[in-house]
Design a protein around this ligand. Structure first.
Ligand code: GLY
Ligand code: MN
Ligand code: MN
Length: 435
């Protein structure tokens, strides 16, 4: 994506703002231990508007009845920093690269933001962030407020993230292409895991085959911590330990995916460690797959998101009744939410710059959003039967299955962006190696 895309997004935000000042800050670096840091991950809202990946930067958008102005604050070039950590873009570099009205060094921010705020009555920030630069802005507003003779002062502070995330909800062609690229690498990684799986391996060894594909393809970061869960470990929803042995006759659930240019993919496949589904595993797998296919099939513009959630719960409830895991009449089981014991999580979530894209699910009056073209979501039904669950036929115990794809809403209905990843029993068994 180039600067034109980011300029377009800033213009759209200015369009929907009332008169005032919006401040969006970069993410702070995170300490891992003592003086070492986690690999830097930019704040998605900041990146969405700037395309800039450096810390200690601030984007300021100003709107008056007559005009708009955009200002970017960046860390100045510093020879010492360049020696140890690499060169920053610097003020001059940023002036060349970005189509903003002004670029200044971040050291000037505190002084300049005070000058800017004295002309305005409305401030847009992330209300829930404790970013140092936002604290400085609020302090500046406060000191202006108590300055005698000042004509204007900040009288309302609004949440800018809701506005940005409303824009982020609908993906552009370029965003979709970026997500497609992430998924294409993730597809290769899942197929590598299926090919390499053997009884006796450790879960992390299977993960290593995926990590190799990610890095070898230039995807430097995973979109989230990989889950590689053999057998009963799949029933721990956020299992990330990945240290157990993979056992012959068990399934392995892998929920792992890479990020590309900060855009996520989010894929789960569940397959037999030894490459061959047992009759019982087949039975449960077919049910989960059937639910997933039906839910995906129902996605089209005009459908309400909360209807899809309810529909998926009904399908999962029916599947559990068919398997004999739940006993009774669907209405009563739904009412009592009995299915939640075996299918505890939602059907999916928005996906984009964050794996769980924090875009709204409801409109401002609290009504569920209706699907429109350009939305991207995961569809990930799962059935989880713990090994110690004595209320279920012993043959099902220890099985945990989730199947997750990434779906784009289109004019015609939807497109499964991850449809190239083996998913039917035949497709999976064809990729897995059996010896
Ligand atoms: N990988 C996280 C999720 O599926 O939501
Ligand atoms: Mn996932
Ligand atoms: Mn997901």
């Amino acid at each position: 994506m180039n600067e034109t895309h980011f300029l377009h997004r800033r213009t759209r935000l200015l369009d929907i703002m009332d008169e005032g000042v919006a401040i969006i800050t970069s993410a702070p670096p995170q300490t891992r231990s003592n003086d070492t840091e986690y690999s830097y991950r930019q704040n998605s809202d900041f990146y969405y508007l700037s395309g800039f990946n450096e810390d200690n930067s601030v984007l300021v958008l100003i709107k008056t009845p007559e005009s708009t102005k955009t200002i970017l604050f960046v860390e100045a070039y510093n020879a010492e920093h360049a020696l140890w950590n690499g060169a920053r873009l610097g003020v001059e570099g940023a002036r060349e690269r970005f189509s903003v009205d002004e670029v200044h060094a971040t050291v000037e921010y505190a002084e300049r933001i005070k000058e800017i705020l004295r002309e305005h009555i409305r401030l847009y920030i992330d209300l829930y962030s404790d970013s140092e630069r936002l604290v400085e802005a609020k302090n500046a507003a406060q000191s202006l407020h108590s300055t005698r003779g000042i004509k204007r002062h900040i009288r309302s502070i609004r949440d800018v993230t809701y506005m940005i995330r409303t824009l982020r909800l609908i993906k552009s062609e370029d965003e979709i292409e970026t997500i497609r690229h992430a998924i294409s690498i993730t597809a290769e990684a899942h197929h590598a895991a299926m090919r390499e799986s053997r009884a006796g391996m450790k879960e992390y060894q299977l993960q290593a085959h995926m990590s190799y594909v990610f890095l070898n393809s230039g995807a430097m970061n995973e979109a989230y911590g990989a889950i590689v869960a053999g057998g009963n470990n799949a029933n721990t929803l956020h299992y990330v330990d990945n240290r157990d042995e993979l056992r012959d006759g068990d399934l392995v659930l892998i929920d792992a995916a890479c990020e590309w240019e900060l855009y996520a993919s989010d894929i789960t496949r569940t397959f037999p460690v030894n490459g061959k589904f047992s009759a019982v595993q087949r039975e449960v797998y077919e049910k989960v797959l059937d639910v997933q296919l039906r839910v995906i099939d129902a996605i089209k513009p005009g459908v309400k998101r909360d209807w899809l959630q309810k529909y998926s719960e009904e399908l999962l409830c029916d599947a559990l009744i068919d398997l004999g895991i739940l006993n009774g009449e669907r209405g009563a089981l739904m009412e009592a939410k009995e299915y939640k014991k075996y299918a505890p999580h939602g059907i999916g979530h928005w996906m984009g710059l964050d794996v769980h894209d924090p875009c709204p699910y409801v409109d401002e009056s609290g009504e569920s959003l209706v699907f429109v073209p350009g939305m991207v979501m995961t569809i990930e039904p799962g059935v989880y039967i713990r090994s110690d669950d004595e209320s279920v036929d012993a043959k099902y115990r220890g099985i945990g299955i989730r199947i997750e794809d990434n779906i784009l809403v289109t004019e015609e209905g939807h497109e499964n962006l991850s449809s190239m990843i083996a998913k039917t029993i035949d497709e999976i068994e064809a990729v897995c190696r059996t010896e």
